[in-house]
Design a protein around this ligand. Sequence first.
Ligand SMILES: [Fe+2]
Length: 353
Amino acid sequence: MANNDDRRVLIVDDDRQVRDVLHEIFLCNGYKCQLANDGREALEVFRTTRPPLTVTDVKMPVMDGLELLKAVRELDPDAAVIVLTGVGDIKTAIESLKIGAYDFIVKPVNVDELLIAAERAVEHRHLLIERREYQATLERRVAEATRDLALTLRELQDTYRSTLEALGSALDTRDVGTEAHSRRVHGYALTIARTHGVSEQEVKDIEHGVLLHDIGKIGIPDAILLKPGPLTPEEWIIMRTHPEVGRRLIERIPFLRGALPIVYHHHEKWNGTGYPLGLAGEAIPVGARVFAVADALDAMTFDRPYSKAIPYEAARKEIQRCAGTHFDPAVVTTFLSIPEIIFEEIRRRSLEP
Ligand SMILES: [Fe+2]
């Protein structure tokens, strides 16, 4: 902390008489004084004791006052320095102000003038230090608050994520009957999306969308959702409302808005024969186009209540066959470029506890 009561002064003059007079003046006004005979001696004293105020003559042997001023200001940019100049030496006076002297006093010294300048110089130094400390404190507080906020945000995102995963698993258990399904489609979709060059922000949205894609099935009665047999045309109409039910659930939650494209469009088909809107081609959000391939891969390669699993190679061929009708051909090309071993690894990890 800056100490405004630090009344120490370093007096520098090669003229012993002047030095003694200055010493007397400052002593009588409550200053503790240190004395030096020339610039170099003064610099040594300054280096070890860092007095807040230095009063120095200009013309001295070994090291003059201006050199001393420069050296002192380098050691302490807030150092208060008053320079004593001879009558008519206005050039030196201006030079001293340029290189950081707080003030100059013309010799012979007027005591009051010197003491007022000294008080002001010390006060000015004090204000500079206080302002810097205040700024540093502010910056520290902002940095701390930013860190705390980032931490809280991360915790919040983790909480959201866990909640979504739990919700995704719960939806799966009711519908497909296995929570590993959700994890596999999640892994497949993110791998295909990243390979397809989708931005990381969109990947995050896809992640949420995959976990929640069938959230609208909450609104489908068990009698239809779990019906052990084919649905009637009327039941299909109800079943096909689940993207719309999902959209209405999700759109009111700002954090989940990124999931909307998949929740609402995951049953659209590239050729426009899907639902709910019958969108075609690139009018279908890219996340939904990626999801369609990932979901189909999983649906074909794992047993479902009414369809037996087929080998990976057969599923791959089927997806390739449906490029341009059900699936986005570009996404299929991306999918085909990914080695099977990557999908195997995702399958293996989805079974880990
Ligand atoms: Fe669905």
